[in-house]
Design a protein around this ligand. Structure first.
Ligand code: AMP
Length: 229
């Protein structure tokens, strides 16, 4: 089982690249941001706890996201005994948006030790600040199914309407200029230092996240060993 963490500033394209990598390598993909947004949409107790924090662009408490990750990786570890060739078990995991703090690195270490899973690559997807700013403030999303759009590069067929499900396209509350500034500051202060830690462990791969998504994906694939399954 291969284990991959995708690190990088908000807006660098982690979600887009994670979806491709998941397909290419048959991975179980966990985006903590997606799980928390879904909880907010569902109005679950978790969603009610994190809604205001998320909209402000701050991080939710380590213990809460830790529980989300622990439960997903435990399920995966149990499924890894599925007989080969049945197509039922993923070939590894891809964490996108976790860990994001030094405390979450420790939580992940504990979960991996408990489940027997290993982390092979931490990919830092990086791009200049002006590139991520434009990607974030121009990003739009379907409020219903979560499909992604962009005012410059990925417009829907009919303005304001999701191509996939026909529901309205909106701006994420945390993509407002104020929240974006906060998220970039939080990234610099809390998350950027993780690269040094994983560098010391010898598993950090840095990938240029600017430019065409196809080219970024080719670089990403070669950083994690490149073999398609
Ligand atoms: P993302 O889609 O990864 O940018 O996440 C959106 C928001 O969800 C973040 O700004 C945080 O409020 C919250 N979030 C997602 N992942 C984490 C995490 N690992 N730790 C703390 N908060 C998180």
């Amino acid at each position: 089982m291969i284990g991959i963490v995708l690190l990088g500033p908000p807006g660098v394209g982690k979600g887009t690249q994670a979806a491709r990598l998941k397909e290419a390598l048959a991975l179980a993909h966990l985006s903590t941001g997606d799980v928390l947004r879904q909880a907010v949409r569902d109005g679950s107790p978790l969603g009610a706890r994190v809604k205001a924090v998320m909209e402000s662009g701050s991080l939710v408490p380590d213990a809460l996201v830790g529980e989300v990750v622990e439960s997903a990786l435990s399920v995966l570890a149990r499924s890894s005994g599925t007989p080969a060739g049945t197509g039922a078990a993923p070939s590894g995991f891809l964490l996108d948006g976790f860990p994001r703090t030094v405390g979450q690195v420790a939580i992940l270490d504990e979960v991996l030790a408990r489940t027997g899973l290993t982390l092979d690559h931490v990919v830092l997807l990086d791009a200049p600040r002006d590139v991520v700013l434009r990607r974030l403030t121009g990003r739009r999303v379907c409020g219903s199914c979560g499909a992604l759009y962009h005012v410059d590069s990925k417009k829907p067929g009919k303005a304001g309407t999701c191509d996939a499900c026909g529901n309205p396209i909106v701006q994420r509350p945390d993509d407002s200029e104020e929240s974006v500034a906060r998220r970039l500051t939080v990234y610099q202060d809390e998350t950027a230092p993780l690269a040094a830690e994983y560098g010391r462990r010898g598993i950090l791969r840095t990938v240029d996240g600017s430019g065409d998504p196809e080219a970024v994906f080719a670089r990403l694939l070669s950083a994690v060993g490149g073999a398609l399954v």
